[in-house]
Design a protein around this ligand. Structure first.
Ligand code: BDR
Ligand code: CA
Length: 309
């Protein structure tokens, strides 16, 4: 049986690659995309989600629009300097014809989990607001979700938006705190591993040779992202953030995982920090499966093979 997946996303250039990777993977059944603010507003990210599915010829997959703001704090800036004003590298892709569902992202998540008990994997590649809201609307889903797989956080390395915080957690630390402490099986792919999986220009150019819908789409959105990396790090090599979640679903053996309680700081200058309590000194009951190491070549080979197929 194919693994049922909902991707909660703020497309987003690396989100685009993650979604295409999921669509190219026959083991996965993408039952819906739920849109969240983050890289852009949720108004824009839901349009982008529709766009990506239409270009991929998958109008059958529903899109639910989520929250435009974090749970309690004032919204931070969007990451348009990383992903472009439109979130898709200012690529001017065609305006989508389809519409979002008439229920919210959180309601869609609840509905699908209740309908498919024990079968839905929630993949989060944006701020965690929608998923926290879903758990608040219907706490019963916590026992019914198969797994929550998160791109976010930094357990043993520095942050990427503050010295300690990764962007997705920083955007809504309260939501992240709810999600990390809920008690469902949760796997965290943070900067600890995603920054070790490096896609060079040469690697991307090889992928583009496939000249299929997915690779052409990635080729259209990617230059803006590469230019951001060039400005920040002096090289057009990019990190593999969001696609790592899908690689994990396809072959978890590529990652070394440790069950460790994770505390999310919600206040002050360390807001958004994911603190691993390695020796369980705080006595927390819930553990996150933290990916601490990765077979980066294995992940790169997997992504390339799938996208080029
Ligand atoms: C995360 O932040 C966003 O900009 C990316 O899409 C990814 O989800 C990386 O920190
Ligand atoms: Ca993202």
């Amino acid at each position: 049986m194919r693994q049922k997946v909902i991707i909660d996303t703020d497309p987003g250039i690396d989100d685009t690659m993650a979604i295409m990777l999921a669509l190219k993977s026959p083991e996965l059944e993408l039952v819906g995309l739920t849109a969240i603010y983050g890289n852009v507003s949720c108004d824009q990210s839901s349009i982008n989600a529709l766009k990506l599915l239409e270009i991929a010829g998958r109008r059958d997959i529903p899109v639910a629009k989520g929250s435009n703001v974090p749970l309690f704090i004032e919204p931070h800036r969007y990451a348009t300097h990383v992903h472009g004003e439109d979130g898709l590298g200012n690529s001017n892709l065609p305006v989508p014809k389809g519409k979002v569902l008439d229920i919210s992202a959180a309601e869609f998540i609840v509905k699908m989990v209740l309908k498919n008990p024990g079968e839905i994997t929630l993949v989060s590649i944006g701020p965690l607001t929608n998923i926290a809201l879903a758990a608040r609307i219907e706490p019963g889903i916590i026992k019914l979700v198969k797994e929550v797989v998160i791109m976010g956080g930094a357990a043993t390395v520095r942050g990427n938006v503050t010295p300690v915080a990764e962007a997705n957690i920083w955007q809504d630390p309260h939501a992240a705190s709810i999600v990390f402490s809920a008690g469902w099986p949760l796997t965290m792919l943070g900067l600890d591993v995603t920054t070790k999986i490096i896609q060079t220009e040469e690697y991307l150019n090889e992928i583009y040779l496939a000249n299929n819908t997915a690779t052409n789409l990635i080729k259209a959105v990617m230059p803006f992202y590469q230019n951001f990396y060039f400005k920040r790090f002096g090289s057009k090599n990019i990190h593999t953030h969001d696609p790592s979640t899908i690689a994990y679903l396809l072959n978890s053996k590529l990652f070394t995982v440790k069950p460790i309680p994770v505390f999310v700081e919600t206040e002050g200058r360390c807001a958004g920090q994911t603190v691993p309590d390695f020796c369980n000194q705080w006595g927390t009951q819930t553990h996150a499966n933290i990916c601490v190491e990765v077979n980066f070549q294995g992940v790169l080979d997997l992504i390339k093979k799938r996208l080029m197929n």
